[in-house]
Design a protein around this ligand. Structure first.
Ligand SMILES: C=CC1=C(C)c2cc3[nH]c(cc4nc(cc5[nH]c(cc1n2)c(C)c5CCC(=O)O)C(CCC(=O)O)=C4C)c(C)c3C=C
Ligand SMILES: [Fe+2]
Ligand SMILES: [Fe+2]
Length: 372
């Protein structure tokens, strides 16, 4: 796209697009400090600091063995950062000439942390910031926590710029269309492998969340349900058999259900093959490459599910990246501080706690502190 003739190239605004994600260990040694950062985040473990710090460290220590074994299966490190870098490069290319855009990455629990990213944004001389969480659904534990960490980092490095936030895009049409196209291709591939006469069910497997967090007003579950509906609607396949379930339970509390394990048991009983779609992730990492591709596949096999297939995540799919670019342009063109699929008829019936809409914040976060 050429710059408009009345607007010289040099006058294009310098916009920093900050991509938020969770982050993952970049070596076997990083697993424990990464988990310590995660479990001592007050948005994750909700208790006073004097209890959270020792308990969070203990839970991280307990989880290190299992998590390390999972990361060992995929080469000892998370692929999340390189894949997010690819998404950033593709998005930068897709944003066109209207703005001078540069994508930056701020991970929540491992490098690059918000503070280093805020410094890089400042050094680049950005004039505006767009925060783009790579989580389609808002949760106080993910997007909310990242926004809080970003705000703290900006205060720390003295970065104060007009900032727009794409806080929740769970039902965005471009996103739903791009995702439906990926799912349709995976479904056709799976259908060709499932024995004649056997039904195929789509399991929308979202990352789980402790129920107590949802009861405190977190809109994540509600948004997960809207995402599944939007994808099914965008696809438009009549009579599609589909179900939502929740994976990745990591603490003993009661988490959202039904779990993906329960959904597999049901599929086995009903002799239905499954195509698992990772609903809350837009890139591959341990939860897709190990949990879905190894652990649940083994379980499905053991239970006698007549077929187990997995839909890939979006990664740098061009239609998905184009949808993200359109969101960035929309939030800027609208002149809003944030853009959210909550608008109009899709208003969330629950308290939108922790979201920048209401100004209600998740428990005060502190920037991750454990060094490499
Ligand atoms: C109480 C613990 C956790 C909550 C709540 C939680 C919410 C949550 N997480 C994601 C996305 C990701 N989580 C990832 C890994 C991961 N998550 C937890 C714990 C909670 N997550 C742990 C302990 C781990 C580490 C891996 C493990 O031990 O199993 C990742 C992947 C990181 C990587 O491999 O690179 C993502 C992404 C969402 C969307 C979410 C709630 C909405
Ligand atoms: Fe929102
Ligand atoms: Fe998680």
């Amino acid at each position: 796209m050429q710059p408009p003739p009345d607007r010289p190239r040099a006058a294009r605004p310098r916009v920093a697009i900050v991509l938020f994600n969770l982050g993952g260990p970049d070596s076997p040694e990083a697993v424990r400090p990464f988990l310590t950062n995660l479990f001592t985040d007050p948005a994750i473990l909700r208790m006073p600091g004097f209890l959270r710090q020792p308990l969070g460290r203990f839970v991280a220590w307990r989880r290190t063995k299992a998590a390390s074994e999972n990361y060992a299966i995929i080469g000892g490190r998370s692929p999340l950062l390189p894949l997010t870098e690819e998404q950033g490069a593709a998005l930068q290319g897709a944003l066109g000439e209207e703005i001078e855009a540069r994508c930056f990455i701020a991970m929540r629990y491992w490098h690059p942390f918000s503070e280093a990213t805020a410094r890089a944004v400042k050094e680049w001389g950005a004039e505006e910031v767009v925060l783009l969480p790579l989580y389609p659904q808002f949760s106080t534990t993910t997007t909310g926590s990242s926004i809080t960490a970003w705000n703290e980092a900006c205060a720390e490095v003295g970065l104060s710029l007009p900032t727009r936030t794409l806080c929740c895009w769970h039902s965005d049409d471009g996103f739903a269309q791009a995702t439906a196209a990926i799912l349709r291709r995976a479904y056709d591939d799976a259908r060709a492998q499932v024995p004649e006469g056997t039904k195929l069910r789509v399991l929308f497997s979202a990352h789980g969340l402790p129920e107590t967090i949802v009861k405190q007003g977190d809109p994540y579950q509600w948004q997960v349900e809207r995402t599944a509906e939007a994808i099914v609607e965008a696809w438009g396949l009549e009579g599609l058999d589909w179900q939502i379930c929740y994976q990745s339970r990591v603490t003993p509390q009661k988490w959202l259900g039904p779990s993906t394990e329960e959904a597999l048991h049901k599929a086995a009983e009903e002799k239905v093959a499954v195509l698992v779609h990772p609903l809350a992730f837009v890139s591959e990492h341990s939860e897709t490459l190990v949990e879905l591709d190894v652990e649940y596949r083994e379980l499905a096999h053991k239970l006698g599910v007549p077929g187990y297939h997995r839909c890939p995540t979006q990664n740098s799919d061009p239609a998905f990246i184009a949808a993200m670019a359109a969101l960035v342009h929309r939030v800027r063109d609208a002149g809003e501080r944030r853009l959210c699929s909550f608008a109009g008829a899709r208003q969330c019936p629950k308290v939108h706690s922790g979201c920048p809409h209401t100004g209600v914040k998740p428990p005060r976060a502190q920037s991750a502190k454990v060094p490499a």
